[in-house]
Design a binder for this molecule. Sequence first.
Ligand SMILES: Cc1cc2nc3c(=O)[nH]c(=O)nc-3n(C[C@H](O)[C@H](O)[C@H](O)COP(=O)(O)OP(=O)(O)OC[C@H]3O[C@@H](n4cnc5c(N)ncnc54)[C@H](O)[C@@H]3O)c2cc1C
Length: 500
Amino acid sequence: MAPAIKTGAQHLESLRDSRTIFLDGVPVKDVTAHPAYRNAVATVAAMYDFQAADENAELMTFELPSGTHGSGRRVNRCWQLPTSYDELLQRRRALETWATLHGGFMGRSPDHVASAIGGQYMGLDLFEQHGPARAKAFSDYFHYARENDLFLTYVIINPQADRSKDWGDQPGKHLTASIVDEDSAGITVRGAKMLGTSSIMANEVFVANLQPLQPGEEDLAISFAVPMNQKGLKVLSRKSFEADSVSEFDSPLAYRFDENDALMYFDDVKVPWERVFVYRDTVMCRRQFHDTPGHTMQNYQAQIRLLVKVRFLVGIAKRLAETIGTIAIPTVRDRLGQMAAQASMVEGMVCGMEAAGSEWNGYFVPSRQLMYAAQVLTQELYPNMITAIRELAGGSLIMLPSSVRDFDNPELARIIKSTQLSPVMGSEERVKFLKLAWDTVGSEFASRHVQYEMFYAGAQFVTRGHSFRTYDWEGAGALVEAVLKRYALKDFLQAGKASA
Ligand SMILES: Cc1cc2nc3c(=O)[nH]c(=O)nc-3n(C[C@H](O)[C@H](O)[C@H](O)COP(=O)(O)OP(=O)(O)OC[C@H]3O[C@@H](n4cnc5c(N)ncnc54)[C@H](O)[C@@H]3O)c2cc1C
């Protein structure tokens, strides 16, 4: 009998695996119980419980084929490789529904990297060209991760260091994760990668190079995957916003959705050959993302998540205007109308990617050109929408009790009641909502989200470069050419002669 759908309890259990995570100078024993991570971990567990609930199973999961690679188990639809427009939409509905469970605030939810490696798997023939052993390793890994409905994180970016130098020219031979040794069992990797978002609560890390490498940088030119508890893998967590939350009332988003980011350090991590997908090939590193639908699928997932998040932003904006009594002011309505249009545009871009999708190696994939367009536009849009909400808010986001504890002091509770006024709600409700609004646009958690949306897919010069590379310039140029072809200077000169 096929194993049952993965549940939250199973995911929590899988995280108690002696992984090496450092926070504030000391190792963390159990992420499922630690005050810096436990609520974010519980959010992901709840996502797995959601998919396992009888009433959601069809929406959220699909049955793997039984046979060589599958047991007939149902796993999340993020692992589904669509072969038609309808299947693409069916898969999107699952991803979109999952994102609503965290308002789009978990950027690296399990469906992100699953989308990336699913897209790469669609181009398995490229791995075959790189070498049959590497193709087998990648294919086996994809099926293993899918069969077990694993939560993968990835690190595909090198530590920033000195941007005036190539990766191979950085001081220190192994700043960037690279091969230090190899033998008949596999390769040994030393060095760092950034930024393992969600790594504290993922099962495995997928490692690759999205940034272009130069000839001579072959030691860096690898792709592989290891479990998060692999010996020598050290996770240097950034500060935890969850740990800093006084209560859910005070920091409702940071309290539940702080997925964390971390520098990953490979301290002589042994990677068996069965887990090495790209080996010393600088060109293949790029091709695994760009000559397969890998990059398209991972960023299409990101745009699906973002459409939920901007919907949430618009919800915050409207309620804010109602809360402080500005909703009837024409300029405020005008701004809200603009924000609504922006949110609809993000949604429309996702629909467009799907409608303009096409067949690729027997699969049906979203339009790469529209995906890159969405990426360029939304990395500018997100900070603009945040600024717009701040403009709507004025000082209301700051004129707030320091924490829930103020309500415990009868004297302060009385003052709060008489000063936190709103035309549509009581003082407690006003404080509750405005604290949520602040965690959306102003808190340290919110600020990290601006940085995330601006950079998760690369800096602007990178995403605009993708847009430049993939746009239909020929089609655009042909339109211009068609007009230019209609007339020539000589026609006017001849006309002039005739009338003279
Ligand atoms: C919150 C967050 C989470 C992340 N999570 C992950 C993750 O889970 N996995 C992962 O692999 N990565 C992750 N990243 C890394 C992310 O992909 C990188 O930050 C992104 O690719 C940009 O690279 P960089 O940080 O090295 O910035 P850079 O590329 O150095 O860019 C910084 C700035 O320098 C300037 N600049 C640099 N080079 C040029 C140039 N050639 N031309 C013009 N301008 C230039 C630009 O102003 C640019 O905006 C995350 C990043 C953030 C902020």
